[in-house]
Design a protein. Structure first.
Length: 146
């Protein structure tokens, strides 16, 4: 079987119109990033309040993983010279002096937050559907027993 290159499904977001960040920048993001990427990002962000207690090697590992994940969530940008192709180029993009500090971090976190909210709504809806479908089966089996 011939292997093909995996290209994630993406969507474009305007930082001002879609996310309210006040910047005329359009980014392309992975529509459905893997659970591991989302989990790793949340673990890294959750650990930032304990950075004083964290060993230097662990800080470097977290920093490297953060930019690896960011390079997989952020796919492209409409600004010349910005590249999210690797963890290193993503880190450079986040530090680009032409842009407001932290703008890509804010955009990524807002996007991930939106995805997790949608996931929770879907999960709750599916749970309700399952409960409703189970309740019909229980009533039917009770009638058959009588």
């Amino acid at each position: 079987m011939k292997k093909k290159q995996f290209r994630p499904k993406t969507t474009k977001l305007h930082l001002d119109k879609d996310l309210g960040l006040g910047q005329d920048i359009t980014i392309e993001v992975w529509t459905d990033p893997s659970r591991q990427i989302i989990t790793d990002l949340f673990e890294i962000l959750g650990a930032t309040d304990r950075l004083d207690e964290t060993e230097e090697a662990d800080k470097e590992k977290m920093n490297r993983r953060y930019f690896e994940c960011a390079s997989m969530v952020l796919m492209d940008c409409d600004i010349e010279g910005i590249d999210f192709g690797t963890a290193e180029s993503t880190e450079e993009a986040f530090d680009d002096e032409r842009l407001p500090w932290g703008i890509f971090h804010q955009a990524m976190i807002m996007y991930i937050s939106k995805l997790t909210e949608e996931y929770e709504v879907l999960k709750n809806a599916l749970r309700r559907v399952k409960m409703l479908s189970d309740s019909g089966n229980e009533a039917k089996s009770e009638q058959e027993e009588k």
